[in-house]
Design a binder for this molecule. Structure first.
Ligand code: ADP
Length: 385
């Protein structure tokens, strides 16, 4: 049987420091042939010593799913890379020079890019097809200078590539397109505020399909309150903690990235657990929920101003798609701004894209599932033809 190119899957790889997520997906149809995760890479006592071993483990897991990778007519491998820095504003086919540039960007993303580089190296050795890097920052390379520029001396910023990059771009771009489809309106006509609320959280303002503002910055620490990340704090906090609490820069980095956010306020970072505790009357959980929602409202209001009004407010990712209490709390009191949710539409936890605002609302409120793997597969296929 001959297979047309539209049956041929792309292998999407997302290499983290201790995990490797994979998905074998057909870009045109979105059919997922297999998906899984290899965890505990390089951890003490783990059988998975490094990312090369993780790829062999992936092969074994696929075999257990009756997928023989060597017999799959693979079109390409699409790699998720967190930071594209100033160099990459679009997906790119990976050669040695590209890999070198991604490696050099590790200074900007020490928690993320090194793992992607190791994952790409291991995959290129084993899979003899084109490899493509899809960057989490790429969609936000279109931010106007007024939005992407930090008010620090320009020569210093230029020397060290300091600007607002934004992250989760693959998701925001995918959701912007899917929302236009849901509403049956051209993307070019829409002003969208998109809230990606997963373990990491970010907001974006999108006009006519182009991102003009986003909440994350030089690193994925800025902006909204997240599972373990503080989001916005007074930039003076770093110096204060160093002087008053005697913390080193690395300790402050770890504190704000891994021990803060919802976890730091309530002791749990999983949002389902947080909501259960709120319902049980836990005061710490209630404060964490309130701080999370307050920050969200802050950004929604800011983005309405930046867009000059919005046509649609979109919720996506784990919390955005599944937490009716968060959506209700964000919309609460925003009637004057044209934003409201219908309680029964909001509480209906169906899985597809859907509108949850009452008929005739000035701003449509929608829940639109993200699918970063599919977006990466499509961008990869588009590039390799
Ligand atoms: P990632 O950013 O790792 O892709 P997800 O988009 O899957 O993560 O989002 C994970 C978050 O979504 C977790 O905080 C999880 O608790 C939350 N979540 C998932 N399902 C629900 C639910 N039914 N209600 C509330 N929160 C949920």
């Amino acid at each position: 049987m001959t297979q047309s190119s539209t049956d041929r899957p792309v292998l999407v790889l997302n290499a983290g420091s201790s995990s490797l997520k994979y998905q074998l997906v057909v870009p045109e149809s979105g059919e997922v042939r297999a998906a899984g995760i290899v965890e505990r890479i390089g951890e003490p006592g783990s059988e998975v010593a490094d990312h090369s071993v993780a790829l062999e483990q992936m092969r074994a897991q696929l075999r257990a799913d009756s997928v023989r990778l060597d017999e799959v007519p693979l079109r390409a491998v699409g790699h998720r890379v967190v930071h594209g820095g100033p160099d990459f504003s679009e997906p790119v086919v990976i050669d040695d020079a590209v890999l070198d540039r991604i490696r050099h960007l590790s200074a900007l993303a020490p928690l993320h890019n090194p793992a992607a580089v190791i994952g790409i190296e291991a995959a290129r050795e084993r899979l003899d097809v084109p490899h493509v890097a899809v960057f989490d920052t790429a969609y936000f390379s279109s931010l106007p200078a007024a939005a992407s520029t930090y008010a620090v001396p320009r020569d210093l910023a230029a020397k060290h590539s300091i600007r607002r990059y934004g992250f989760h771009g693959t998701s925001h771009q995918f959701v912007a397109g899917a929302t236009a489809e849901l509403l049956g309106r051209p993307l070019e006509d829409l002003r969208q505020v998109i809230l990606h609320l997963g373990n990491g959280c970010s907001a974006s303002a999108v006009r006519g399909g182009r991102a003009i503002e986003t909440s994350m910055g030089l690193t994925p620490l800025q902006g909204l309150v997240m599972g373990t990340r503080s989001g916005d704090v007074d930039p003076g906090l770093h110096a204060y903690l160093a002087r008053e609490a005697g913390l080193s820069l690395d300790e402050i980095d770890t504190l704000l990235n891994k021990k803060s956010g919802v976890l730091g306020l309530s002791g749990v970072n999983d949002f389902r657990e947080l909501v259960e505790r709120v319902e049980a009357g836990d005061d710490d959980a209630q404060l964490a929920f309130d701080v999370f929602v307050h920050r969200l409202k802050h950004y929604v209001g800011a983005y309405l101003a930046i867009l000059g009004g919005a046509d649609v407010l979109v919720f996506t990712a784990g919390i955005g798609q599944h937490s009716a209490p968060v959506r209700a709390a964000v919309a609460d009191g925003l009637g004057e701004l044209g934003i409201a949710v219908d309680a029964s539409l909001n509480d209906d936890d169906s899985s597809g894209a859907r509108v949850i605002s009452p008929d005739g609302s000035r701003v449509v409120v929608a829940v639109v599932p993200t699918n970063e793997e599919l977006a990466i597969a499509r961008q990869t296929a588009d590039l390799v033809g």
